[in-house]
Design a protein around this ligand. Structure first.
Ligand code: ATP
Length: 500
């Protein structure tokens, strides 16, 4: 088994070799934390977006979508708090000159302690029959010590972050003896705040131009359109507005491939509810969103909720859905109860009333909001890293296969004539014509059939349809299923039913 670091490197290399993800501007040596999606990557990305859109908009009568502009009035970011508070605490190591997010250094420290606990449990599981995990955790001195440490660091860290106590955060890093992974030293600078928004100028003359920002989240585009959608859509509370679009953050540290990018895409939904009912809906969306993830067939063990100790300035409840990436459990999606903060702020800054008239209570009020927010690229990485599998086969050979859920695989079926003669290519082309209107499919006649199967495995194509001499006699083909590699013979007229 490769180490998790090697595995992650293999996934990145595979993504490039098979046309999923390329570094941006590669012929100019790339641009840090910016990536391009290749021919299969764009298909997978589009399928993920469609899978989300269907679940959120198509399946919910009370959720509609919008597509707002990336450029927005600069006052929006003042009202939302991003100009003053969208900061990350950064710290430099004086020896390596490497820059880190101070909060991430502490989070990684906590994660290492959690991993120690997990290892201890795994070891004991193997050693004892009838293992009682709860009893073991309550009595093992190492686990108790580490748990106590985690709680105490978590509490102090949450308090320091809440008070934006930068000196306190530095002291905590020193006290925990956190060393720079590159230089190995603890020679740190002070912690400073760094605003993550990209600013640019709008207007033709620089002097007279206004500073505007590339949006750091899509959510504000929804809030400022609340009234438009509510009125024109005749929406009744509770209702939601969904949006998929680009967001930009000048991330301090961006070393984890498409996990943390400077230009990325979000799928966000803001759900407007009666004040006082927000926690009920927060719980509802926690359950719904988890169901969505599990509907892709990824194991429940790869997901966990992480409730926030430190709440953002706008939230009264928040949780992350974390996924087991190759580098550990990390945030994949955020679910936040944002209170009436955003709409109230926009009321105040714009001078326009952003209220809902509730015909059931005869009252006008600023609705409360539950947000679900997931990064397309992080979801892509979750799917890709979960799908990547190296397998030893019974005949002694190995294969690399991307076990991407069939619903979102870039190419659903490949049609392969067994040989390049005897009328098989023509027959295969006829089948492509039948499938094309319904799904992405690919025709391939190059190389021996075994190599072509391997190529489709590496791309993640769930089905290979092979046309052989028998096809010409009785109009049947074989369908090979990617994960089991089992083949069955099917009449051409039945292929669509088999695959859909
Ligand atoms: P993190 O703590 O990892 O920086 P965040 O809490 O700032 O993330 P949110 O502001 O809640 O993230 O954004 C919602 C979602 O957008 C995240 O769950 C993640 O999937 C995605 N996302 C945020 N920042 C990035 C980024 N730099 N690159 C890729 N996806 C991102």
């Amino acid at each position: 088994m490769p180490s998790s670091e090697d595995l992650f490197k293999q996934i990145i290399a595979h993504a490039k070799e098979y046309g999923y993800i390329f570094p941006s501007s590669e012929i100019y040596d790339g641009l840090s934390a910016v990536y391009d999606y290749g021919q299969y990557g764009v298909e997978l990305k589009n399928n993920i977006k469609q899978y989300w859109w269907r679940a959120m908009v198509q399946y919910h009568e009370n959720i509609v979508g919008i597509d707002s502009a990336i450029f927005m009035h600069p006052t929006i970011w003042k009202a939302s708090g991003h100009v003053d508070a969208f900061n990350d605490p950064l710290i430099d190591n004086k020896d390596s000159k490497k820059r880190y997010r101070a909060d991430v250094l502490i989070e990684d420290f906590i994660q290492k302690l959690e991993e120690k606990i997990e290892k201890e449990i795994e070891k004991a599981k193997k050693k004892f029959e009838n293992f009682d995990e709860e009893f073991f955790c309550k009595t093992n001195p190492n686990i108790l010590r580490n748990k106590e440490k985690i709680d105490s660091v978590n509490n102090r860290f949450a308090a320091l972050m809440n008070e934006t106590d930068l000196a306190g955060i530095k002291s905590l890093i020193e006290e925990l003896e956190i060393a720079c992974p590159v230089s190995g030293t603890k020679n740190w600078t002070d912690v400073r705040q760094f605003n993550l928004m990209f600013a640019t100028q709008m207007g033709s003359v620089a002097e007279g131009a206004d500073t505007i920002y590339l949006r750091p989240e899509t959510a504000q585009g929804i809030f400022v359109n609340f009234l438009n959608v509510y009125k024109t859509g005749r929406m009744k509370i509770p209702f939601g507005i969904a949006q998929i679009g680009k967001a930009f953050r000048n991330e301090i540290v961006a070393r984890q491939f498409i996990f943390r990018m400077r230009e990325f895409e979000q799928m966000e939904m803001q759900f407007f509810v009666r004040p006082g009912e927000e926690i009920k809906w927060f719980e509802y969306w926690k359950t719904e969103r988890k169901k969505w993830h599990l509907s892709l067939g990824i194991s429940e063990n790869d997901y966990r909720f992480h409730d926030h100790d430190k709440l953002a300035h706008y939230a009264n409840a928040a949780t992350d859905i974390e996924f087991r990436f190759p580098f550990g459990f990390k945030e994949l999606e955020g679910i936040h109860s944002r209170t009436d903060f955003d709409l109230s702020q926009h009321e105040q800054y714009s001078g326009k009333k952003l209220r809902y008239f509730d015909p059931e209570t005869n009252e006008s009020y600023v609705p409360f909001v539950i947000e679900t927010s997931i990064g397309v690229d992080r979801m892509f990485l979750a799917v890709l890293s979960h799908a990547y599998t190296e397998e030893s086969l019974p005949d002694g050979s190995t294969r690399v296969v991307l076990k991407i859920p069939a619903q979102i695989a870039p190419i659903k079926a490949a049609v392969l004539p067994l040989v390049k003669k005897d009328g098989l290519p023509e027959k295969a082309r006829e089948i492509v014509e039948i499938l094309k209107p319904k799904m992405m499919c690919q025709y391939d006649e190059k190389d021996a059939i075994g190599r072509r199967y391997r190529r489709q495995d590496a791309i993640g194509t769930p089905y290979c349809i092979t046309v052989d001499n028998q096809t010409l006699e009785d109009d049947t083909v074989t369908i090979r299923e990617r994960d089991s590699m089992l083949q069955k013979r099917v009449v051409i007229g039945e292929i669509l039913r088999e695959l859909c």
